[in-house]
Design a protein around this ligand. Structure first.
Ligand code: NAD
Length: 472
């Protein structure tokens, strides 16, 4: 049983003022594995005050000093990779193959930010003016449970590279992973108050950070509903806001696609992170005339998908993070059936042979129309919808007929044709015949998938304000 009873304020691990004890579960066994003592609004205010005190000195550090800090943070997180990977598997339920990637991603984002900073010019000319990119101030960073360490380190990397100080509010469900990351960051020896981490509830700690007048910038990753609440709370003090929200990403399979190549990628895109991924490809658009062959290939692929013990290297789909999330996914499977969609794999209940844990049967519906709830709403579990289209124009129109626009996938035997389709998709990132990740490229959503971009130069500039100086 792990007890996480400290938060991190002003360079020190301190007991929170808050007194709520929150149970931490292993989602693969449903057992309580720890308890976290949650921070409250007072703790959030203390953390903001520490970040405010640290800002004047930190904002004047030069590029070299900040690159060195990012490198120290990187090395410290690398040193915790093993511990972090174990915690990701135990506390979150990520299959170990995914957990390893997530643990490495947490250190890589720090390295990437250092590279961006190396090449970045904080001063440039615009006509007669000198334009100086100035750090915004105290940044409030609010993160979800589906990649705790990666989001904490990613947001922090850009904020610190820009010269902002930070108050981080991670998900209360990830307290063990957060403790490990916090210890690593402490070991990196940053000046006191530059990084503060207060694990607590969204409605208290998150709401305090989103409305506090001393917070200049908010960067939030989470659901679209909470993103809208945060945007409203930020309006009174006109904070700069970056929102990375939900998705309902289309996977467009063009009529010339080779299904032997494409179906494994489509299933991987749909079931990534056990379906708990904002970028999961959950609407698979297939030419009407090739539906039968596609379904047959999908059935084979899903039958090969191993769901179960996340510690088993062969497992690709682990449990849902919580009972609430498990119930939500079950409800959507029921809704899909009630709406008249046809199950071709999976369905309600636990997978055969699994008696405990919040495991879901990897599920695929066919005969889905784009107006059904299962095609419009983010389920956040391994539940995919196959939607047929008549021709390429129809496919593009269905792909874009969504409130979201985070990511899209296009598969075709003809790369040029696939790129043409990609150019017409309303999404922040389009992957053509690949599932590759590019850490230097901007990441973020069109429409209700968010506002602004993270990573690379765009991510850095989200923490900067241009100031034009004109002198006689
Ligand atoms: P969530 O919106 O419920 O919570 C995210 C964070 O916001 C948590 O730390 C939570 O405590 C906090 N929060 C809740 N209410 C708040 C409030 N009123 N004020 C301030 N903070 C508040 O999301 P979740 O369930 O933790 O994560 C899943 C969601 O995150 C999905 O919708 C997913 O698509 C999205 N997500 C988006 C991206 C992206 O980059 N676009 C990446 C991962 C996850």
């Amino acid at each position: 049983m792990q007890i996480v009873d400290k938060i991190y304020i002003d360079g020190a691990f301190v007991k929170p003022h808050g007194d709520e004890l929150f149970d931490l579960f292993n989602p693969a066994t449903e057992q309580v594995i720890g308890r976290a003592l949650l921070a409250d609004a007072q703790d959030a205010r203390d953390a903001i005050a520490a970040a405010k005190r640290a800002f004047p000195a930190f904002s004047t550090t030069d590029k070299r000093e900040r690159i060195e800090m990012l490198m120290r943070m990187h090395d410290a997180v690398v040193a915790k990779e093993e511990e972090l990977c174990l915690a990701i598997t135990e506390e979150y339920g990520a299959p170990v193959s995914r957990g390893r990637w997530m643990a490495q991603h947490a250190s890589n984002v720090l390295l990437e930010a250092a590279k961006v900073l190396e090449d970045y010019a904080f001063t440039r000319r615009a006509g007669a003016a000198e334009v100086v990119m100035q750090p915004l101030g105290v940044a409030g960073l609010i993160t979800p449970w589906n990649s705790d360490a990666g989001f904490i380190c990613g947001k922090l990397a850009s904020a610190l590279a820009a010269g902002c100080t930070a108050v981080i509010k991670p998900s209360e469900m990830s307290a063990i992973q957060t403790r490990i990351v916090t210890e690593a960051l402490h070991e990196a020896g940053l000046p006191s108050g530059v990084v503060n981490i207060v694990t607590g509830r969204g409605e208290t700690v998150g709401a305090q950070i989103s409305s506090h007048p001393d917070v200049a910038k908010l960067s939030f990753t989470g659901s679209t509903a909470v993103g809208k609440t945060i945007l409203r709370a930020a309006a009174d003090t006109l904070k700069r806001v970056t929102l990375e929200l939900g998705g309902k990403s289309p996977v467009i399979v063009l009529d010339d696609a080779n299904f032997d190549d494409v179906v494994p990628l489509a299933i991987q895109a749909g079931f990534m992170n056990s379906g708990q991924a904002c970028i999961a490809g959950t609407r698979i658009l297939v030419p009407q005339k090739r539906l039968e062959a596609f379904e047959a290939r999908v059935r084979e692929e899903v039958a090969r998908t191993q769901v179960g013990d996340p510690r088993d290297p062969q497992t690709t789909v682990g449990p849902m993070v919580s009972q609430k999330q498990w119930e939500r996914v079950q409800r959507y499977i029921r809704i899909g059936t009630d709406e008249g969609a046809r199950l071709i794999a999976g369905g309600e209940g636990r997978p055969d042979g699994i008696g405990a844990g919040w495991f879901v049967r990897p599920t695929v519906f066919s005969d889905v129309t784009n107006d059904m709830a299962i095609a419009r709403e983010e389920i956040f579990g391994p539940v995919l919808s196959i939607i047929t289209y008549r021709d390429t124009e129809d496919a593009i129109s269905i792909a874009n007929d969504t409130n979201y626009g985070l990511q899209a996938y296009v598969f075709s035997a003809d790369a040029k044709r696939a790129r043409e389709v990609a150019s017409r998709i309303e999404a922040g990132r389009v992957l053509v015949n690949t599932l590759a990740h590019e850490p230097a490229a901007p990441f973020g959503g069109f429409k209700q998938s968010g506002i602004g971009r993270e990573y690379g130069t765009f991510g850095l500039e989200a923490f900067l304000e241009p100031k034009a100086v004109l002198a006689a």
